[in-house]
Design a protein around this ligand. Structure first.
Ligand SMILES: Cc1cc2nc3c(=O)[nH]c(=O)nc-3n(C[C@H](O)[C@H](O)[C@H](O)COP(=O)(O)OP(=O)(O)OC[C@H]3O[C@@H](n4cnc5c(N)ncnc54)[C@H](O)[C@@H]3O)c2cc1C
Length: 536
């Protein structure tokens, strides 16, 4: 445990005086309203409750978790989020966060020595290992002519592998001394970060002579618009076995944090869509919900979609040039569609993540064509299906406007389009896994319209801001200019998004609110819960 973070083995800390203050807690500041019960909202709520502050989460939907969700279909759980969770290495800062939130204790952590298998159109295969020595060997096996570049890439990844966020305090609360100490911690990585951050991944891979390795590096980075630093970080973080799948997936993960929030005394009000934040004399004083309910608060934290929060709930009144620039011109993670299949057999020898080429491009809207498919394979150990069965998911970037418009204007064509894509994907998989089609018990497709309907994420983005050279490393403040008693958390305030960023940003906001009310922040590790059943 780090710095002044206090951990206790009890759950009902809410009644205790915060450790380290030496004085009783200040008078009760009153209720804090949190908009959105995704991972950021739940995290923020848990930490505020741990510190004796009373919170209520207002969630537009019917369930906790936001994008971190799954849907049950017959004997299968189709996971709509978790593929790899950062923070599964007990020495990591995010592991501490997950432990405090009760998110992973008692669940099996499933990590693989082979992170991903990438196949080429001419029969090439690259097996991406977690271990960096093996990465080096595998890359050089595929592309001996690029050995010098591979050495430099692996060296950079090794340097960045220990990168950890500070937990003691968010930057906003750090003293000069703490900032210096944090800076010193990052010093060994700084040359790598500075050298790689501004480099577009496409320019970087163009240096490689081997065509297949160029293609594979782009697959590993995930998006052609990314900074090359993302590739370095992915390789570095995976090498520490600090990323893995957690048995039970997103559903169990979100339920565990929601359970923790409830046991800490937090309340979630479902079907409570906030339409505006009430502002008096430049202080946020509450919210108004779609059903007309008006609620007052000492502080409002929005963990809902950033665009809706700033430009709808607050009418764009509290913005500056930086915020406008961010929302007008920075790239987002794309909208996606997800095809999930329930298979009544085991896919022996199939890697858990397989990226394969498609012989003729797959069309997923009126303009987007894909020439590769990434397939996730989950066996019963994932607790997403019973023994003897398999869940397969395929996710593909697509155009948000296309799907939303089609659903609204021509529901029949929307359904036909979905059926056609499922059919095409099954045909591709049948080609790669002969006989698979005969074992499909259930097929399901979620489009950007589905993701937006359930979570309201702007333009259907599945993770907020894309870490391009332009934005990676940029600080996005969790307060708005000119507005007091108001904070934002979640993947719209951290370039790169993801579950760890969402949870950490919620923790940071809780730290800021504690500081505002003169409380020393304390975080508590609960007693682990023993989960007895495999399937959630
Ligand atoms: C397919 C997919 C795969 C992913 N894979 C991974 C992965 O493997 N690893 C990883 O780390 N991350 C992954 N992510 C990203 C991760 O899920 C998100 O970055 C993270 O869950 C964001 O959490 P959040 O709390 O910031 O936002 P959200 O999950 O969007 O939560 C916001 C909540 O606010 C609610 N809300 C919105 N508007 C209102 C309103 N007006 N009033 C009240 N409530 C409102 C929404 O209903 C929602 O519950 C994936 C995402 C997707 C979609």
């Amino acid at each position: 445990m780090t710095g002044d973070v206090t951990t206790m083995g009890v759950e009902d800390y809410a009644r205790a005086t915060p450790a380290g203050t030496g004085t009783a807690a200040p008078a009760d500041p009153g209720k804090i309203l949190i908009i959105g019960g995704g991972i950021a909202g739940l995290s923020c709520g848990c930490y505020l409750q741990m510190n004796g502050l009373q919170t209520e989460i207002l969630e537009a939907g019917l369930l906790p978790g936001g994008l971190c969700t799954a849907w049950h279909r017959g004997p299968y759980v189709f996971d709509g989020c978790l593929r790899w969770l950062l923070g599964t290495d007990p020495s990591s800062a995010f592991y501490q966060v997950w432990t405090e939130l009760g998110a992973i204790a008692g669940r099996e952590i499933i990590s693989h020595d082979e992170v991903m298998r990438i196949e080429g159109s001419n029969g090439e295969v690259l097996s991406l290992p977690a271990d960096l020595d093996e990465v080096s060997r595998e890359f050089k096996r595929v592309a001996p002519e690029d050995a010098a570049l591979i050495d430099r890439l692996v060296r950079a990844a090794r340097r960045c592998a220990p990168l950890e966020p500070p937990l003691e305090n968010p930057l906003e609360l750090m003293t000069h001394f703490e900032k210096m100490k944090t800076g010193l911690r990052y010093l060994p990585m700084l040359p790598v970060i500075l050298r790689w951050k501004g480099l577009p991944i496409t320019s970087y891979v163009a240096r490689y002579r081997n065509r297949f390795l160029r293609e594979a590096l782009l697959v590993i980075a995930g998006d052609k618009r990314m900074s090359a630093l993302v590739l370095v970080m992915v390789l570095g973080l995976k090498s520490r076995k600090n990323t893995a799948f957690v048995s039970g997936g997103s559903w169990a993960f979100a339920q565990a944090i929601a359970g923790r929030y409830g046991r800490l005394g937090g309340i979630v009000r479902y079907k409570a869509r906030v339409v505006s934040v009430t502002v008096e004399n430049n202080h946020a004083t509450g919210v108004q919900c779609a059903d007309g309910t008006v609620l007052r608060a000492s502080t409002v934290v929005s963990c809902a979609d950033g665009h809706t929060t700033i430009f709808k709930m607050l009418n764009g009144r509290f913005v500056d040039k930086k915020i406008l620039n961010l929302y007008q011109s920075c790239d987002l993670f794309p909208a996606i569609l997800q095809v999930s299949l329930g298979i009544d057999t085991i896919l022996a020898n199939a890697p858990h993540t397989l990226n394969l080429p498609i012989s003729s491009p797959l069309s997923v809207d009126d303009t987007t064509r894909h020439d590769r498919l990434e397939v996730e394979v989950f066996g019963s150990e994932s607790a997403l299906c019973p023994e003897g069965k398999t869940v397969i998911t395929v996710r593909l970037p697509t155009l948000y406007e296309f799907w939303v418009r089609l659903k609204k204007e021509d529901p029949q064509r929307y359904r036909a389009y979905k059926r056609r894509i499922v059919k095409d994907i099954i045909a591709i998989l049948e080609h790669r896994f002969p006989g698979l089609a005969g074992h499909i018990e259930l097929a399901d497709i979620a489009t950007p319209a589905t993701f937006v309907r359930y979570t309201g994420n702007w333009q259907g983005s599945y993770e907020g801001w894309l870490p391009t050279p332009r934005i990676l490393g940029r600080r996005i403040p969790s307060t708005l200019p000119g507005l007091k008693d108001f904070y934002m958390a979640g993947h719209w305030v951290v370039a790169g998004g993801g579950l760890p960023s969402a949870a950490l940003s919620g923790r940071y906001v809780a730290q800021m609110i504690c500081a505002r009310y003169g409380r020393t922040f304390a975080a508590i590790v609960p007693e682990p819960i023993q989960y007895t059943t495999g399937m959630p």
